[in-house]
Design a protein around this ligand. Structure first.
Ligand code: PLP
Length: 439
């Protein structure tokens, strides 16, 4: 009997014993194409020599030095590299161990900034429905994923949730995409005014919604209007790029496609590419400087922040992404993948929408394509699709729709940036067989 406490108690899982490029290998020798990069993690695949060598080399020098006493060479170098490539006036990097921790740090930094900036009444965080920002209580409070929030509702902090920018389901027929974007962005202003502008500390959003909606980018102009509203009311803009950042959508930082920069930006997943647990919170210089000139102490911190081995891995990952020109490659392969998905699924009567950017793609399934009515939750489509795909040797990321029918079941695809066109074709073949088996 296993003594590991698994995520799913009812599933007997195969044992992963090897990785080979985009493929995972289990103890029986079965190979699985990693079509979702785990959950948008494995951007470089599973056997990148540069990253593993960097980890070993760092271990041979120093494994751990507490950041209350020391900085480290890889943390300094990785921060320099991120900031050299970051948009806007992002100027400082706070390293953490993952995405939830990055979001927790961002929320607390926003609050502490306002306190030290002489605006202690700013305490409200506004987020969006159908979002996901992590599983710790603060991040879960910010997120709008009802499925993940439901049983912990009594423990969550009250936060405002406005509409996401979800064109497929929510744009009115007689509305242009631009008009729709302005309408939903203006919900942010209405909520700020309702709460009292002087009490709002920050707005948080994913530039491309990942786990909850399945690779949904905003319509043109939405984020520019959000930026404008935040600036008007002195509200900090936090962008959560934990899933969609680090090249995944064809830009190193997803917000580059929107022509805006946030005040605080969270990344994780692709930053360590699965080789080490690492996330980061980047913030504007003025936020850091306000605290540096005030208390001089960011009142946050976990034991493993800025871990030398994790930052050495992150440094190798980002260097690989930049030096091998993988970001333009993501754009090209992403266009190839989109065409393949449209070719195979475009006519499927149960495929409502095919969407996404770069190598971050989603397919939303519907019971009725005309009315866009989702399948009833009782059909358990997402769970059955995950199983059928796994049997086909494909790892993908299906998620159920919401119980209130606001969005249907979808599958998220986030293959490694190194996937060849032939491998992407093979992934689509496997997905097609799995979809055929369950629909
Ligand atoms: N934010 C977003 C947008 C995510 O997709 C996730 C994880 O899926 C998180 C935060 C939480 O990251 P982690 O699972 O590394 O804590």
């Amino acid at each position: 009997m296993s003594h590991v406490f698994p995520r799913h108690s009812h599933a007997a899982l195969p044992t992963a014993v090897g990785g080979d490029g985009c493929w995972l290998i289990d103890a029986d020798g079965k190979r699985y194409f990693d079509g979702s990069g785990g959950a948008a993690v494995s951007c470089l695949g599973h056997s990148n020599a540069r990253v593993t060598e960097a980890i070993k080399a760092q271990l041979d020098r120093i494994a751990f030095a507490h950041t209350g006493f020391f900085t480290s060479e890889p943390a300094e170098a990785l921060a320099d590299l991120l900031i050299a490539n970051a948009p806007g006036d992002l100027d400082r990097v706070y390293f953490v161990s993952g995405g939830s921790e990055a979001v927790e740090a961002a929320i607390k930094l926003a609050r502490q900034f306002h306190l030290e900036n002489g605006e202690p009444e700013r305490r409200h965080l506004i987020a969006r429905r159908q979002s996901y920002h992590g599983n710790t209580l603060g991040a879960l409070s910010a997120g709008g994923n009802e499925f993940r929030r439901a049983q912990f509702a009594p423990l969550l902090v009250g936060m405002s949730h406005i509409a996401p920018c979800y064109e497929y389901a929510e744009r009115a027929e007689d509305e242009t995409p631009e008009a729709y974007g302005q309408r939903v962005a203006n919900e942010l202003e209405a909520e700020i005014l309702r709460l009292g502008p002087e009490t709002v500390m920050a707005f948080i959003a994913e530039p491309v919604v990942g786990a909850t909606l399945g690779a949904v980018p905003a319509v043109p102009g939405y984020f520019a209007r959000v930026r404008e509203i935040c600036d008007t009311h002195g509200v900090l803009l936090i962008l959560d790029e934990v899933m969609c950042g680090m090249g995944r959508v064809g830009h190193l930082f997803a917000c580059e496609a929107e022509g805006i920069a946030p005040d605080i930006l969270c990344v994780a997943k692709g930053l360590g590419a699965g080789y080490q647990p690492i996330g980061a919170m980047l913030c504007a210089g003025r936020i850091h400087d306000t605290i540096a000139a005030g208390s001089g102490f960011f009142q946050h911190g976990h034991t493993y922040v800025g871990h030398p081995v994790a930052t050495a891995a992150g440094l190798a990952v980002v260097s690989e992404i930049l030096e091998r020109d993988l970001v333009p490659q993501v754009r090209a392969r992403g266009a190839y993948l989109e065409a393949a998905l449209r070719d195979r699924f475009g006519q499927n009567p149960h495929v409502g929408d095919i969407r996404g950017r770069g190598l971050f793609r989603g397919i939303e399934f519907v019971a009725d394509r005309e009315t866009r009515r989702p399948f009833a939750p009782t059909t358990g489509l997402a769970g059955r699709l995950k199983k059928a795909a796994f049997a086909e040797g494909l790892i993908c990321y299906p998620m159920p729709g919401t119980r209130d029918g606001r969005n249907g079941d979808h599958v998220l695809l986030a293959p490694p940036f190194i996937a060849t066109e032939a491998e992407l074709d093979g992934m689509v073949d496997r997905l097609e067989r799995a979809v055929t088996a369950v629909l």
